[in-house]
Design a binder for this molecule. Structure first.
Ligand code: SME
Length: 355
């Protein structure tokens, strides 16, 4: 069947259906539904199907979002069955097929779409993007297993990815010609390459942890009038979250840095301006990341265990009032992600004005 789509159906989709998506959330706007329509139509070329049914099912698949997010696929089916205008173009059976395809668009391994139309819409509606799949797996773990440590989350992530996405996993592509086939291949390549996967895991996990503690940090310092109390709590929050070697503050007192609240082994008490990583960050007035402390001239070794370090200035207006110093016993622990989140976190200290 290589039917064309009647112009009146196309203009009805354009003028009456697509504008309804303007009221939905960011992930379900017109660009999303347009992508689903065009992908479903493209995929339908491999099958002997009615293109008008494909187009209308794809166009209406999310309309139920106007009622309830959780059951929106079922609501979409109901809305389609109640659309009087469809009767001028389709038989009762065809309308039923369209409604069923919309209902089936949230297919899972347990609920396979009943017809090819459901499969086309379901496949067009999902995008297996490796980084997104890995991030969602980690987010799911963090939400549902809050007691689990990082090693546990790594194992759980591996297990889930293997079970679902690796060769022989339970994920089914409804349409083998789908663009998801190539993306799934790419994901499988990452899953097979444990080092590559571990790198992605480390980065995503770190970002998720920072996203979790950032609002907590802000809440802890909200309304606080003593910056030392604020620094004390922030060093505990950061240290306990990531299990670093040493996390703490040096405050600017006259012409040197003086040890402030910290977590970890004892450290040197005073650091001159421009000396060590801390004094350098103060002098350069910017965050300094040291991937290998042995390669940093003038590094002050408070502890022989430290391998890498980040120092972030704490500002009050245009003055540096302290620096946050974090040491790791592993090399190259810190990167742009730490810089961005820690700088943002330090703005909450900047707002504290000692009474
Ligand atoms: N390594 C720092 C000194 C402080 S301790 O590491 C806690 C530096 O070079 O400034």
């Amino acid at each position: 069947m290589t039917n064309k789509i009647r112009p009146e159906i196309l203009s009805w989709i354009e003028e009456s259906v697509l504008p309804q998506y303007d009221a939905f959330d960011k992930g379900h706007q017109r660009d999303h539904v347009r992508y689903v329509i065009s992908t479903a139509l493209e995929l339908s070329q491999h099958y002997d199907v009615d293109k008008e049914i494909v187009a209308v099912a794809a166009a209406c698949h999310d309309l139920g979002l106007s009622v309830c997010r959780e059951t929106h696929h079922l609501e979409s089916g109901r809305i389609i069955r109640e659309m009087a205008c469809l009767k001028q173009w389709f038989s009762q059976d065809q309308i039923e097929t369209i409604a069923q395809a919309a209902e089936d668009h949230r297919a899972s391994s347990k609920n396979e779409p009943v017809t090819i139309y459901g499969k086309l819409v379901a496949e067009a509606d999902r995008q297996i993007i490796p980084e997104v799949v890995i991030r969602r797996t980690i987010q799911f773990g963090l939400k549902n297993y809050p007691e689990m440590d990082k090693a546990g989350h790594w194992l759980r992530t591996l297990e889930h990815l293997e079970e679902k996405y690796a060769e022989g996993g339970y994920l089914k592509l409804w349409i083998p010609e789908s663009p998801n086939a190539a993306r799934l291949e790419e994901l499988r390549r990452i899953i097979r390459d444990r080092d590559a996967l571990h790198k992605v895991f480390e980065n995503v996990y770190k970002e998720e942890m920072y996203k979790d503690i950032l609002p907590k940090a802000k809440a802890l310092l909200e309304g606080e009038t003593d910056s030392i109390a604020g620094m004390a709590n922030l060093s505990a929050l950061i240290h306990r979250t990531f299990g670093f070697w040493w996390t703490g503050f040096y405050r600017v007192v006259a012409d040197e840095l003086v040890l402030g609240p910290f977590q970890g082994p004892v450290a040197c008490t005073r650091i001159p301006y421009g000396k060590g990583v801390c004094g350098t960050a103060w002098k350069r007035r910017e965050t300094v990341i040291v991937p290998d402390v042995e390669q940093f001239p003038g590094h002050i070794a408070c502890s022989g265990e430290s391998r890498s370090e980040i120092v972030v200035p704490v500002w009050r207006d245009s003055e540096i009032i302290a620096v946050l110093d974090i040491d790791s016993e592993k090399p190259a622990t810190f990167d742009e992600t730490d810089k961005i989140f820690l700088e943002e976190m330090m703005t909450s200290v900047s707002k504290v004005h000692n009474a």
